[in-house]
Ligand binder design. Sequence first.
Ligand code: ZN
Length: 418
Amino acid sequence: MTRQDTATHYSIDDMKALIETMQIYKKDNSGKGITRIAYGEEDEAAHLYLAGLMKEAGLEVYRDGIGTLYARLPGKDRSLPAVGTGSHLDTVPQGGAYDGALGVIAGFYALMQYKPQQLKRDLELVVFRAEESSRFGFSCIGSKVLTGKIDKARWEQNRDDDGNNFFEVLKSLGYQHDNLDNCIIKKDRFSAFVELHIEQGKRLENDKKTIGIVNGIAAPTRFSVTVNGHADHSGATPMYQRQDALVASAGIITDINRAACTEAVYGTVGTVGKLNVVPNSMNVIPGQVKFSVDIRGIDTESIQRVVQRLNNSVEKAEKDFGVSIDVQPISAESPVKLDDSICQVIESLCQKHDISYMTMLSGAGHDSMNMAPLYPTAMIFTPSVAGISHHPDEFTEFSDIAVAADLLAETLGTLANQ
Ligand SMILES: [Zn+2]
């Protein structure tokens, strides 16, 4: 792919160096990997560093009331909606160097491949805040604020490890905190939005593809299930007198797995990843079990069939084991369909440059989920080695990154001339 001769000559090697520089912004005493928690000291420093770098590069830089970083490259007609790109810089504790940061850095690289007024529309990079749910218990908070999905009452309830909620943390850092309405971006701000991200799965690697064109994002439907039985002595209680909460749970968990396997053809998955057994003792019949259910997919009806199976299984377990079961919905976000015409632009560029690609769904949530209902949105995935993410071993080959970053640049350029 031919790179434009830009005023700043921002090269693929400059991007590689920036990927390494960003890894300096992590908590030192937190063990392996990158720990850059949302609104933590290192996250703030990373944002300020990038803001400075982008200003120096000649972009129009702006930070909104909650510290979202925007950098714009002006096009010929400034009255037109811009073409956007971006991702996040915050990580989970002991996360990797690529989740989020890669989309930000590649986005910056992409903008730098063009001169001011070279394209018809502005290009704009957005660095979203607090994408990971590790600190506040909610994911994609920043992109929710920008798109007007501010859930003040719920967000106030959740607190970080220091006992502060999202708004208190904003206040302590001198950000806007009482009314975030002026952080909401206009409906005509973007004509298109494209986020580059690591896959966080193994499909690209397994299929030996360099690029994933993401045409939909699966959303989690989650429940917290509490099974109340009766804790009794494991030696003195005959089998017919038991109300074993764990045995009842085991049947439900197996049913969720079976239901999701049946729905696999629709891309639906179901997981019970957290189990809390009370009293969790070798010689006591489990009296209470709490577990989480996480169902994801892109097909709402398919997800609903798994939920129905969960409900049927709960009813059956209550009868069979004499337990009472409470199923609390935690979240039910709608799956998001991404924009076909942007996917087609990316696909034709892949064909033009002979890049191996596949069209796929994203199993993980991203800021693009919040952008998609307002702006035509798509995502470009790069392979994750061994599918590892949210882990110090998270890695993407630089040769793959280079292809994806150039593809992003050309995609944005094509969309900005439309
Ligand atoms: Zn991410």
